[in-house]
Design a protein around this ligand. Structure first.
Ligand SMILES: C[S@@+](CC[C@H](N)C(=O)[O-])C[C@H]1O[C@@H](n2cnc3c(N)ncnc32)[C@H](O)[C@@H]1O
Length: 242
């Protein structure tokens, strides 16, 4: 299967999962509320007046949170039903977010037009992640920031096993491979593949966060993320002179 066909297959699967994402609250699901959003907003710092790209924005909850904090937000989402949810939300409650339906690998936004690019739980869904990251770098201004969050490639086992095992199993880490997940499919790569790609694109790594559940917060008693992180965030800066 060509890379383009593989991307279309994943995008079609996310289109079918639109009902699930539509069920998100204003700040996303439990993991987003307690792990991903606090990490992203801490890393992003002040948002007022910043031009921000929410790359692979899903149903758009993060775009809306960013806009409410004063950012000028563009959301890009390829799946038609998810894009339609974003657009409908913007019509119901205008926040000034501009949405485009598109594939990150074929991004057509103007070069160097964003102060901050966020890819929240997206890159492990894209077979050609090199192409996607290069396209994101092209639209960042020199000195701009990139924040990516990923399912932590070291600890991808679902949290459902945690209460019984109190451990996370990893059997194959070093290889790059595809495996099904609850929605669509996951492209596993070792962490070094992502970090080295950022460095090859002329970015400087500024911070790595492995989000931890706050004390006393669990998902129905499951405290896996107080012990082993499900997610990792990488914050990088595009050097003015690479
Ligand atoms: C796990 S969801 C995350 C959505 C959103 N960022 C969030 O956190 O709610 C993955 C998203 O990546 C999008 N996606 C998959 N392939 C893509 C591609 N080639 N370009 C842009 N987005 C893509 C999917 O359509 C889906 O919305």
């Amino acid at each position: 299967m060509s890379d383009h066909a593989a991307r279309q297959r994943v995008i079609a699967a996310w289109d079918e999962a639109a009902d699930h994402l539509e069920g998100f609250g204003a700040e996303g699901d439990f993991a987003r509320q307690h792990l991903l959003n606090p990490t992203i907003f801490t890393l992003a710092g002040s948002l007022a007046g910043k031009r921000v790209l929410d790359a692979g924005c899903g149903e758009g909850y993060l775009s809306r949170m960013l806009a409410r904090r004063g950012a000028h937000v563009t959301g890009v989402e390829p799946a038609a039903r998810l894009y339609a949810l974003c657009a409908a939300h913007e019509r119901r409650e205008p926040l000034g977010v501009t949405y485009h339906q598109g594939d990150l690998v074929e991004l057509t936004l103007p070069p160097q037009s964003f102060d901050l690019v966020i890819a929240n739980m997206v890159l492990m869904d894209i077979p050609d992640y090199h192409g996607a990251v290069r396209a994101l770098c092209a639209v960042m201004r020199p000195g701009g920031d990139l924040i990516i969050t990923l399912l932590h490639p070291c600890f991808e086992q679902s949290g459902a096993q945690w209460p019984a095992q109190r451990a996370v199993e990893t059997r194959e880490y070093l290889a790059e491979f595809e495996r099904p997940q609850t929605f669509a499919t996951l492209f596993h790569r070792p962490l070094s593949a992502y970090i080295n790609l950022l460095l090859e694109c002329g970015l400087a790594l500024r911070r790595v966060v492995e989000p931890r559940l706050p004390d006393g917060v669990t998902l129905d008693g499951n405290d896996r993320d107080a012990h082993v992180p499900s997610f990792i965030a990488l914050h990088a800066e595009k050097l003015a002179t690479p």
